[in-house]
Design a protein. Structure first.
Length: 144
């Protein structure tokens, strides 16, 4: 009689301790951008930026967004989260799904530079339009 009670108690404690925090939406909301951007690109050619967003906080981030700004003419051709979820890029951001605490997600951004020169790229993770982590600055030299 005591054994089933102990097993039941362990299951409840396990659920509360392991599963319930995954659904928590309160806590520290913070995420960081990592990854590399190519140093060189060509006008009119698709150039991939392979990035990741790492939820460094403990709260669920929904929606998780990539905020991006380019100081020269650059078209964002596509943004794909986790290799599956193709989303649009509008108003300087692309949003895709949610991100649990401590979880990273891969983001591939394909850009097409439209003018020669050095393009300054500003990237940040966001919840909607609100930045939730440090801003990352990169540059890319665009040739003819």
């Amino acid at each position: 009689m005591v054994f089933p009670l102990v097993i039941g108690l362990l299951l409840v404690v396990g659920f509360v301790g392991l599963i319930l925090p995954l659904f928590r939406s309160s806590g520290v909301v913070r995420a960081e951008i990592t990854g590399e951007t190519p140093a060189v690109a060509r006008v009119g050619e698709q150039t991939p930026l392979d990035l990741a967003i790492d939820n460094t906080g403990d709260a669920l981030i929904r929606p998780i967004c990539l905020l991006a700004h380019f100081d020269r003419a650059v078209e964002v051709a596509s943004v794909v989260f986790q290799g599956l979820d193709r989303v649009g890029f509008r108003d300087g951001r692309a949003c895709g799904g949610q991100l649990s605490g401590g979880e990273p997600i891969n983001v591939r951004v394909v850009v097409v530079p439209r003018a020669t020169g050095v393009v300054a790229i500003t990237l940040a993770a966001g919840r909607g339009a609100q930045p939730i982590g440090p801003v990352v600055h990169r540059s890319m030299t665009v040739g003819p």
